[in-house]
Each structure stands twice: as structure tokens, then as C-alpha cells.
Design a protein around this ligand. Structure first.
Ligand code: TIU
Length: 219
């Protein structure tokens, strides 16, 4: 076991049974002209964590540990997108509408690709998920169970939406989860802080949190 100094107490993980999960570092959320910007958000906050996520990826790749990338992505006919999800919003463009990087949150479109600096390597699993969480309608739990994965280390965006939803789904499925606090970001600083506080409260009711330096130090 490797032990990371974390909140609310040290996080111990078994190498070989631990995967890095990089949530939705796709152009739709990170770059101007994507879905996140269409919702009225300042995407520069998210762009700023790309170097930290790259460092985290480099660490896992150097160790030969498993890496999973997710994308929030729907089929071109939107048959995997609940009508309520498409309808949600006020005046902002809808999922499936055409934006500067192609159709918003649709598989295969330019905006749906992971930013080049964090591009998946051959052999790294890429999960297209129609929900905010990584387990709903993806079959991922069964795959991870077959591979004996018991611990998940999280990075990506946004902290309180797809990262937190995925962490909560993972926690309910029995995974021990660590969030790397400087490799995740929200469009809202207060939401990021609140998410970290709420997942680690009550003795780690959802999981643990630690900065990248704490993981590095543990190795
Ligand atoms: N809007 C927002 O904060 N997030 C999302 O819609 N998806 C993800 O977090 N990936």
C-alpha cells in the first residue's frame, strides 16, 4: 500500500488495483466556444489546471498504472440523452446544437475531443458517458470489477458536477476515492471549495482529498 497525506486522514491505495480517472477534460468545457462557454461560464479557470492534470497523467504513465479518461458525450441521434437533459437551460444553446467546435456534447465532434495536451495514449480507456456520472449507462463498473480495481484517484472537470457525481457513484459502488485538489476545477471557486469540504466531511463520507504534491511525496 502507498499512503498519501490527505483530508480527512491518510489515504492508502494498492498499486495495481488503483486507476486514475480524468473526468471530461474535453474542449467542450475547457476551450472558448464549447458547451461550458455556451452556458455563460469563464472557461479560463478550467484551462489553468491542464498542466497539473498532465503531470498527474505523466506520473501514472511512468508507473504503468491504469488510466481512464471520460468524456461527456452523446450519440449523434441523441437517443442516449434524456429529453429533460436536452431541454434544460434558459436561452443557452442546447446539447446537439451546432457551435464553433461542432455539435455540443456529441460524440465525434471537434469539441468533444480531449484537449491535445491530455490526449489519451493507446491502451488508456476512454469512456463516453451520457450522464454527469461515469457509471450511469457505461458498463464501467463491471469492467473495473473484472480488472480488480478497488481504488480510484480523480482529476478533471467540473469539480461539483461530473467529478463529484462520478465520485459519489464510485463511493456507492465500493471504491475508495481520492480527489486531487489542484487537478480539478469548477467555473465557480466557491463550488469547488464546497465540494471538497462536503466529500471529506463526516470522516470522508464520499472520499479523500489531497494536492498533487502529497501524491508525489508518497511515492
Ligand atoms: N456545467 C458543468 O459545470 N459541468 C458539466 O456540464 N459537465 C461536467 O462537469 N463535465
Amino acid at each position: 500500500m502507498i499512503t498519501v497525506q490527505a483530508t480527512p486522514y491518510p489515504y492508502a491505495f494498492p498499486p495495481g488495483k488503483t486507476a486514475l480517472v480524468v473526468i471530461d477534460m474535453q474542449r467542450d468545457f475547457i476551450e472558448p466556444g464549447g458547451f461550458g462557454a455556451a452556458l455563460g461560464n469563464d472557461v479560463s479557470r478550467l484551462l489553468a489546471i491542464v498542466p497539473n492534470v498532465a503531470a498527474l497523467l505523466a506520473l501514472f504513465r511512468a508507473k504503468g498504472w491504469p488510466v481512464i479518461h471520460t468524456r461527456e458525450a452523446h450519440l449523434p441521434d441523441l437517443s442516449d440523452c434524456p429529453p429533460a437533459k436536452i431541454a434544460r437551460g434558459d436561452a443557452s444553446p442546447r446539447i446537439g446544437e451546432v457551435g464553433p467546435m461542432g455539435r455540443l456534447l456529441v460524440r465525434g465532434e471537434a469539441g468533444n475531443q480531449i484537449v491535445p495536451a491530455l490526449a489519451p495514449l493507446a491502451g488508456e480507456r476512454v469512456v463516453d458517458k451520457p450522464g454527469k456520472g461515469m457509471f450511469w449507462a457505461t458498463g464501467l463498473h463491471e469492467v473495473l470489477q473484472a480488472e480488480g480495481i478497488s481504488h480510484l484517484i480523480f482529476a478533471g472537470v467540473t469539480t461539483e458536477v461530473c467529478v463529484q457525481t462520478s465520485m459519489r457513484e464510485a463511493n456507492d459502488r465500493g471504491y475508495d476515492c481520492l480527489l486531487i485538489t489542484d487537478a480539478t476545477e469548477s467555473y465557480f471557486a466557491e463550488f469547488k471549495a464546497a465540494t471538497i469540504a462536503m466529500i471529506t466531511a463526516q470522516g470522508g463520507i464520499v472520499g479523500w482529498a489531497a494536492p498533487f504534491a502529497a501524491l508525489e511525496a508518497a511515492l
